[in-house]
Ligand binder design. Structure first.
Ligand SMILES: O=[N+]([O-])c1ccc(OS(=O)(=O)O)cc1
Length: 449
């Protein structure tokens, strides 16, 4: 089941089946701290960010923390904007920062630190609708807001804001860049100017100025390639760093004229991904993705996929899936993440409910946690959508990983000190008479597992 209302904190932990290690997360907006916790729910390290809210944070192989943070004066307020990356050392000192937030550009969503110390950053950049029409967009398309896009609160935004990747070095020089706006066209390795989410999609900016909406970027040093994914297009792309060409795309062939479609977002054509997040390279050469599954033809449900490519431009087959039979059991309609762990287990972040869990390759849940922190305050129980406990992405690290090696990782305190030990209360204890349901109860209380 997916915990939507109910107890918060660690709900389950099968020590012998879990990868073990430590979980890092920062609350998605609201909170101003980053937590490193053990799997029992103890804080082993904490960063205090002086009141700054974050989109997400990740530990780097050098042991520092890289955190995406919002600042004042963003040109756009599409979900996922942040504008600044700050790198903190273990003690919380800011050792590097880089801001992309001016009237024509804003950094958003994911980032990646490369082995050479450079940082890849996703950036929305402004383009005029006239330029878009010059690139081939049908001038009568209703998703063109030639007089500006009106947010519900009345603010007006000019232009369309396609994605780009900026790679910056430690001194802040841009050393490599890739722009969707330079690759618009109808060739299979371009972004078709007339492909977009259908008019009427909510929020409306997705089918308008937030045209491509990428949300994660990962560099592969072995192949010198970038992997990115687009929520709005239902696709992942590989961009070759040397040639600056798209060399693989997968998830929605209709986006480049190769697939079939029936009208509406819930297309029953060849589309596989419906609002994806968090693409990753895997050590075996495969890639992974969290597919939110919003408006799937067979109904909303999320899934995690591992995909094996076949060497062709658009070839890939799903070789591992995690989803649940009951769609209510696992569904986050936005954000979210999946990390394959070295022992083959997966750590999954289901953003909407701040729900983190670990599954084995066979799909068994062996650790489960629902974020008790909201705006730096611990809660024991969630009653509805409040408190706000969302997490954009979480990460698992082993004690001997480059990120944590040599650190003191002893518990400092409980994350939510005054809450019941839900894990113990929910633990299913076999009865001395065996596991058969009692015969004198017509509606036995469901057990957790
Ligand atoms: O409302 N937000 O904060 C929000 C909305 C969308 C969003 O983009 S997504 O691709 O990560 O879902 C990120 C944040």
């Amino acid at each position: 089941y997916e915990a939507i209302c109910g107890p918060l904190g660690v709900l389950q932990y099968e020590k012998d089946k879990s990868y073990g290690g430590y979980v890092l997360y920062t609350n998605h907006l609201g909170g101003t701290k980053t937590y490193l916790i053990d799997l029992e729910g103890n804080v082993v390290h904490e960063w205090n960010h002086n009141g700054r809210q974050a989109f997400m944070a990740e530990l780097l192989p050098n042991g520092n923390l890289l955190r995406a943070e919002q600042g004042a004066d963003t040109p756009v307020t599409f979900g996922g904007w942040h504008g600044s990356l700050r790198e903190y050392d273990w003690d919380g000192n800011v050792v590097w920062e880089y801001t992309v937030r001016d009237k024509n550009r804003v950094a958003h969503h994911g980032f990646d630190r490369l082995p050479n110390g450079n940082t890849a950053i996703l950036v929305w950049e402004k383009m005029s609708w006239d330029d878009m029409i010059a690139k081939g967009r049908d001038p009568n398309d209703p998703t063109i807001y030639k007089n500006g896009f009106k947010y519900p609160d009345g603010r007006v935004l000019e232009g369309v804001w396609p994605d780009s990747i900026l790679e910056v070095d430690q001194k802040g020089n841009v050393v490599w860049e890739f722009h969707v706006k330079d690759n618009i066209g109808t060739a299979k390795d371009q972004w078709n100017p007339n492909y977009h989410l259908p008019y009427g999609y909510k929020p409306a900016y997705f089918a308008g100025p937030d045209w491509t909406h990428w949300n994660s970027v990962r560099y592969n040093p072995e192949t010198d390639q970038y992997l990115v994914n687009s929520r709005d297009w239902g696709e992942m792309y590989i961009v070759d760093r040397k040639t600056k060409k798209m060399v693989w795309r997968w998830g929605n062939p209709y986006a480049y004229g190769a697939g079939t479609k029936v009208q509406g977002y819930a297309r029953s054509g060849d589309q596989i991904l419906f609002g994806s997040h968090d693409c990753n390279w895997l050590p075996n050469g495969n890639v992974s993705i969290f597919d939110n599954g919003t408006m799937r033809p067979d109904g909303n449900h999320s899934a995690v996929y591992e995909i094996e490519r076949d060497g062709t431009f658009n070839g890939g087959k799903i070789v591992w899936t995690f989803k649940t039979d009951d769609s209510n059991s696992f569904y986050s309609d936005y954000q979210s993440a999946a990390q394959k762990l070295p022992n083959g287990n997966w750590q999954i972040t289901s953003t909407n409910n701040g729900h983190l869990f670990e599954v084995t390759p066979a799909g068994e849940v062996v650790w489960e946690f629902v974020n008790p922190m909201s705006g730096d305050v611990p809660y024991c129980v969630k009653k509805d959508e409040n408190p706000w406990t969302q997490i954009h992405r979480s990460f698992r690290y082993a004690a001997d990983s480059p990120q944590l090696k040599g650190r003191a990782l002893t518990p400092i305190r409980k994350l939510a000190p005054n809450c019941p030990d839900w894990k113990a209360l929910l633990d299913f204890k076999p009865s001395p008479n065996g596991n058969a349901a009692p015969t004198n109860v017509t509606n036995p209380t469901p057990v957790h597992k």
